[in-house]
Design a protein around this ligand. Structure first.
Ligand code: SF4
Length: 466
């Protein structure tokens, strides 16, 4: 294709393509074609990067290197202007809209929300109707087989032996199906694989059309049920904040000897997924604390080697009393490490830091100097959280705060709770009485959703001038 390209200079002396080769592939979404009848081709396929690799007599690669972080002042006659760098790989991912020519698709949107895809629930909320949560995060147990030094569940009162009994769990999932809950995340205070009902609950949810996912340390994952999980779960995430045996021991406070078998398990899960064409996404997640700063790059490398789909690095949530002692300013000392890890992403492997929350000590779309950019928590009816003992609260940081207790899956029908009054009174109590700047844990799960709903509730002037 490159032989047919005609290269010219534009008025600023830059190399440009003036001839579109016949065989250039059509763009995947040639929307403009409808209006212009022009042929819209895939610009990436005829990009300057590709030209740079064409025969030397056409162009020298050096001539084409434009640094995206620099600008170049140009003059033409009496006009002055600026050319911005256009290097594709340095473009900033667009967090809140779909992909465009300049912004690569953000595959998972780890650092944001997906409320725009659930406008019917938002309309129900605006109309003051009762509605089912879009998503529920829930523990299946209240205990764990690791003792990670950052564990938020410790401030949620871990209680050895407490779990959601099988019958109560399956009844709850049936209620979710009846109510129209869209997804369940077995992500909670305890380790979900320590509840033997996990696997049947996942299969039942799949039969009822409810999406499921799980965050696990993986140590007790029953590989005999791997097919059931991979067939039914949308994603499985391994809580792993280390890329080496030493780091594993230091951060997760378990035994070194568990590290390699865990890696084998992840590899095997990826293999089974790939060989059977299951859609389940498999990833790793690090909770960032100073003790694992040196593990970021090793884990980014490890994830690639294991063949997982992503490695995400998140902030460490702290309680409203700062019981874990996270200093968000300290994260700034490893921003360069996080950027270096992100640069290890490929088309098949995403490495991403959750900057909106990691940067809470500075300013992000959600935070400024450690304070939220919203004053009221409206998000809990959309994204509910249930403790691993079956007790329901509006959110994880409020587990055990009896004022906000909604019910117990062992005693109450979730369907009846959502249709009843008490459930909604508790959510309203959160809206009316909680000071999110003082009463709440930094970086809570509902943050992104809360900010979106706050903006919706507090429009600027002149909204019709869109
Ligand atoms: S803002 Fe506060 S009340 Fe709302 S979900 Fe977060 S921690 Fe819970």
């Amino acid at each position: 294709m490159s032989e047919q390209k005609k290269i010219s200079e534009n008025r600023f002396g830059k190399k440009i393509i003036t001839d579109i080769p016949e065989e250039a592939p059509l763009a995947h979404t040639p929307g403009h074609k409808l209006r212009t009848s022009n042929k819209i081709v895939d610009r990436v396929a005829i990009s300057l990067d590709e030209i740079a690799m064409s025969p030397k007599d056409l162009l020298q690669p050096d001539e084409l290197t434009i640094d995206a972080e620099t600008t170049q002042e140009v003059a033409y006659g009496d006009q002055k202007g600026i050319i911005r760098g256009v290097t594709e790989e340095k473009s900033i991912p667009n967090q809140f809209t779909g992909p465009s020519y300049r912004n690569k698709k953000e595959k998972y949107r780890f650092d944001g929300h997906k409320m725009l895809y659930h406008l019917e629930r938002i309309q129900q909320w605006q109309a003051g109707e009762k509605f089912a949560p879009i998503h529920i995060d829930m523990g299946l147990t209240k205990f764990c087989n690791e003792a990670c030094i950052y564990c938020y569940a410790v401030v949620q009162n871990m209680t050895k032996g407490d779990l959601i009994e099988r019958d109560a769990l399956l009844r709850f999932i049936e209620d979710c199906g009846k109510l129209g809950v869209k997804s369940l995340g077995f992500i909670g205070d305890g380790e979900p694989t320590l509840n033997p009902a996990l696997y049947d609950a996942t299969v039942l949810a799949g039969e009822l059309g409810i999406d499921t996912a799980m965050a696990t340390n993986g140590l007790a994952l029953d590989m005999d049920r791997a097919h059931d999980l991979l067939k039914n779960m949308t994603w499985i995430r391994f809580n792993l904040s280390a890329g080496t045996e030493e780091g594993f021991l230091r951060v997760h406070q378990t035994q070194k000897k568990h590290f390699q078998p865990l890696m084998e398990k992840i590899r095997e899960l990826v293999r089974i997924r790939n060989e059977n064409g299951y859609k389940c996404t498999i990833g790793l997640q690090m909770v960032l604390i100073p003790e694992c700063y040196d593990q970021v790059i090793p884990e980014a490398e490890l994830g690639k080697e294991l063949g997982v789909d992503y490695f995400v690095i998140k902030h460490c949530s702290d309680s409203e009393y700062k019981e874990i002692g996270i200093d968000y300013k300290d994260y700034e000392t490893v921003y360069d490490v996080l950027h270096a890890a992100e640069a290890m992403s490929t088309d098949d492997y995403v490495v991403q830091a959750k900057w909106e929350k990691i940067g809470a000590g500075r300013e992000t779309a959600l935070y400024k100097d450690g304070y939220r950019k919203y004053d009221v928590c409206y998000g809990t009816p959309f994204l509910l959280q249930i403790s691993g003992n079956g007790k329901i609260y509006p959110c994880g940081p409020f587990f055990n705060k009896e004022r906000f207790y909604i019910g117990d899956l062992h005693e109450d029908s979730f369907y009846d709770l959502v249709k009843g009054e008490h459930y909604w009174n508790v959510h309203q109590d959160v809206v009316n009485s909680v000071d999110v700047h003082k009463d709440c844990a930094i970086g809570c799960r509902q943050d992104y959703v809360n900010k979106f709903l706050w903006d919706l509730k507090n429009p600027p002037e002149h909204i019709n001038f869109i």
